[in-house]
Design a protein around this ligand. Sequence first.
Ligand code: UTP
Length: 458
Amino acid sequence: MAPPPQALLARLHEANQAHVLRDWDARGTGARAALVAQLEAIDFTQLEALRVAKPADALPPRFAPVQVTPAVFRAEEKARGVDAMRSGKVAALLVAGGQGTRLGSLQPKGLFPAAPLSGAPLYQLHAEKVFALSSHYERAIPFLVMTSPATDTLTRTFFAENPHLSFAPDQVRLFQQDTMPAICPHSGRLLLEAPGKLFLSPNGHGGALTALADSGLLAELRARGVEHVFYFQVDNPLVKVCDPGFIGRHIAHGSEVSSKVVFKHDPAEKVGVLVDADGRCSIIEYTLLPKELAHERDDAGELRYRAGSPAIHLFSLTFLERVTSGSAAALPYRPALKCVTHYDPDTGATVPAPPASAPNAIKFERFIFDSLPHAERWLAVETRREEEFAPIKNATGPDSPETSSVAQLALYATWLARAGVETNGNLVEISPLYALDEEELAAKAKRLPPLTGPTILQ
Ligand code: UTP
């Protein structure tokens, strides 16, 4: 029986991690090789430093509320964004590697039925937006979808089997993010998923940047003439993918990163806020914003730190190239206390026995917003929550399927009312293939027959 490589064994003993080899002799050759590969990739000094780091270390030393411009776009801004799309300068990047733990669905979140009447899954809504934009502007917008080991197979199946959207060859590109181990918060020991197998989880949405570079996709975008990458997250059905006015303003400003914000009215709302940290843009997580600042109000009675982030960003390709090369290459890992079911090699038991409860692990994730302070020129554009942000995060309560459905229906009802369509109190869902925005809906509204029941416009 081949022993573990000597150098690795020495590193494991030094880092107090030798427990991971306890079942070595019982494992087959393939499993042993896989475990060695997992362990060779780990920087134990970094893990220990992360375990003992203080959360406040993640705060910028000085910061102030951010200046915003409203998401009311002039015709020239829209025209500029449209022109960028027509000339192939824009790509869409959807991150969909998360495990959706809070929602509690066993499938990738992208397959969650999010549309209020049709039950169309999130992937379909996003794909329809990219497809509709590509048809309007007669240019295939590259659609990059980041998956993780947890979501990859079913996501691939979805895109392979989705028959009603005929994307151009190579338009939809799936790529996988990296994973990170988890450790015990007390001992710092690596957690195992099963005997001889590390517990690994996706390395956060910030993993998108290195994954894009490592997969060769950044270079490919450069070769295709793409200059701007619109970043969005899978759980927000209302996101205005590649919003032309937003793109136009970003280009006109020469921005490296532009971010949408929605105003927070409740200091307890669980979204990070954009701040100006010595002239750089930064996002402070809701858990880290000191309570007195979270509650501080300005003369108008509004929260001072109210620029909540719906995680909608537009990156210049040059910026993405810069932050994925050289010394800026790695965004920091942030530790988070979570509850994970894992195998305990000391007792041979799986802990905690479901239902899981108290946090028993530290997971490490990179956050996309940690790239923002690297931008020399940046913009914050304030949009209205009702128009662009109705995330599905939790199974019930705030940010749940129910609140998202209500928000989607309310937005469509507003579009219809402003277009003069009488709904007779009927619920209406508007597919992105029918209308991407209020203007497109208004143009088609005249042809609508009277609505006699719940209606899906598609
Ligand atoms: P969240 O931070 O809300 O995480 O992700 P989540 O995995 O969806 O849900 P919880 O926290 O386990 O309940 C926001 C966005 O970032 C993506 C998610 O797929 C979602 O689009 N994400 C998150 C990744 O792509 N990879 C990750 O490692 C984490």
